[in-house]
Design a protein around this ligand. Structure first.
Ligand code: BLA
Length: 515
């Protein structure tokens, strides 16, 4: 249980949000076997939307509600990718929906999952111009030169395309960490969220994994009654149908409560990815129920993909720039060193530190340490060798929170005088390394909720505490240094290359002397 609240947050982590057994009731869902065409699962509202009650549909051929041609097309389209949604305008079922449905199809658990959303007659007209707008939005994104520019362009464009009242770019710290609102486009009169941090528990890990797979989710109305699936549990699996890939998937009651709590009636979010992991979200809120037609959903999803590619391109450009600039600096410092590497490093330790903006430096060579600047406790030095083995392919290992790493796992007491940041690179063969250190830099942080107590138990049972700038909670982040930048890592890598050369040459010379 989380301390003092009586609420067990592990409930959130265990909830199987992809198998909640229901869909949002403005649309409806069928799952049918691609071979036999027999309906396996149906949402309970097929009666009102498609004119054939769910209980009678299960076990019957899907052509009871769908034209033969449309079914054939759905089977073919969904065969191309396991979770690729395609949209076919179809006319199905009840007379009230002769304008037709948008049908999205994908495969899951060996079934063709069919999602029907009533199509507004005016939509077709509106989408004629929509394509141009999407192109314009993508162009704006592509011209962004920094990550922040990218986020600002994204929130403005997504708000314009969708009409939500608030659109934010929300960036995570670490894979399952808390996050910060880094850009925002919001209707006048709504409270500003820019710069606010939200607790990690607001988005549990299984939701983040799901969002890495399915890049968009739309909640039309937090007060939607939900159409349950029939049968509740599939005989074949003993569980409700897996709705990971479904656009109509109903969402966790905890999250609906969260949205009600912040005065929001509808939401949409798009995953922003970086190197295969969830980097952040574009999160949208509306004061009123809001449906997004599949075209708009696809445009937003495309937008998320474009954003993620732009993020990768910007990172790559930064890396290249950094390499070029640091190359010159490093060459200058390396020029100061002579074949007595340890002694000359120590003599020029401040130049070596400045290369990466460090407070201290340590050169470990054949088990002997030469140090300069910020003193580092012996206990800490003993742990460093092991981290050298974790150096990434580019050749360095770094952290901006060493005390947290050292304390992880066991409840080891904090080491007095432990530096907060370490940038470490193996040199030559056999366990030698160069390490730079940074001291702690406490940082104030404004939270939209108390991160230690995101849930409280009151007379109505557990309640998520309010979120937003009206209830700002201030904290101080301790035990961390300024993060190491791409430029600094690149400088370290280059320094490592030159040092390795020097050390090896020196070793060769020594070998010759000993011969
Ligand atoms: C899902 N929580 C989410 C989602 C967001 C947030 C964006 C994705 C669903 C959506 O698009 O609405 C949270 N929304 C935020 C944050 C911001 C925002 C941080 O706009 C800041 C800008 N949530 C809790 C607690 C639990 C919880 C305590 O606060 C667990 C008890 C659960 N959140 C929770 C769950 C989901 C979720 C289960 C998944 C919903 C789903 O997709 O089914």
């Amino acid at each position: 249980a989380s301390a003092g609240t009586g609420f067990d947050l592990s409930v959130c982590v265990r909830e199987r949000i992809h198998r909640l057994g229901g869909v949002q009731s403005h649309g409806t869902l069928l799952a049918a076997d691609p071979e036999s065409g027999l309906v396996d699962t149906a949402a309970e509202n097929t009666g009102s939307l498609l004119g054939a009650p769910a209980d009678g549909l299960v076990g019957r051929h899907v052509t009871a509600v769908l034209e033969e041609d449309d079914w054939a097309e759905a089977v073919a389209a969904s065969a191309e990718g396991d979770s690729v949604a395609v949209t076919l305008p179809v006319t199905a079922g009840a007379a009230g929906h002769r304008a037709g449905f948008d049908l999205s199809v994908h495969r899951r658990e060996g079934l063709v999952v069919l999602e029907f959303e009533p199509r507004d007659a005016e939509d077709a007209f509106r989408f004629a111009a929509f394509y141009q707008e999407v192109r314009r939005a993508l162009r704006r994104l592509r011209s962004a030169e920094t990550v922040l520019d990218c986020c600002r362009a994204a929130v403005a464009e997504v708000r314009r395309l969708t009409g939500y009242d608030r659109v934010v770019a929300y960036r995570f710290e670490g894979t399952d960490g808390p996050g910060e609102v880094v850009a925002e486009d919001v209707r006048e009169g709504w409270e500003p969220w820019l710069g606010l941090w939200f607790p990690a528990t607001d988005i549990p890990p299984q939701a983040r994994r799901l969002y890495e797979e399915n890049w968009i989710r739309v909640i039309r109305d937090v007060d939607d009654p939900t159409a349950r699936l029939r049968p509740e549990r599939r005989p074949a699996t003993g569980t409700p149908l897996d709705l990971s890939g479904a656009a109509l998937r109903t969402v966790s009651g905890f999250h609906l409560e969260y949205l009600r709590n912040i005065g929001v009636r509808s939401s949409m979010s798009v995953s922003l990815m970086r190197e295969g992991r969830l980097w952040g979200l574009i999160a949208c809120h509306g004061a009123e129920p809001r449906t997004l037609a599949p075209e708009v959903r696809s445009a937003c999803e495309l937008f998320g993909t474009a954003f993620s590619m732009q993020l990768a391109a910007i990172a790559e450009r930064h890396r290249a720039d950094a390499l070029e600039r640091s190359g010159r600096d490093v060459a200058a410092v390396a020029g100061l060193l002579d074949e007595d590497v340890d002694a000359s490093l120590l003599r020029h330790e401040s130049a070596v530190r400045e290369l990466v903006g460090a407070d201290g430096v340590l050169f470990m060579r054949a088990g002997r340490a030469s140090k300069g600047g910020l003193p580092v406790p012996e206990e800490v030095v003993r742990t460093l060798g092991a981290y050298a083995a974790h150096a990434t392919p580019d050749g360095v290992w770094s952290t901006d929170r060493l005390p947290e790493l050292l304390a992880a796992g066991d409840d080891a007491p904090p080491v007095e005088g432990c530096p907060a940041g370490v940038l470490l690179l193996p040199v030559g063969r056999g366990g030698d390394y160069l390490a730079w250190f940074r001291r702690e830099r406490p940082t104030p942080r404004e939270w939209a909720a108390d991160p230690a107590h995101p849930v409280l138990v009151g007379p109505q049972g557990e309640r998520l505490t309010p979120r937003g700038s009206g209830a700002v909670y201030r904290s101080m982040i301790r035990g961390r240094s300024l993060p190491w930048t791409a430029r600094e890592r690149a400088a370290a890598v280059e320094m490592g290359r030159l040092l390795t050369e020097l050390v090896l040459r020196h070793a060769d010379d020594l070998d010759k002397l000993n011969d």
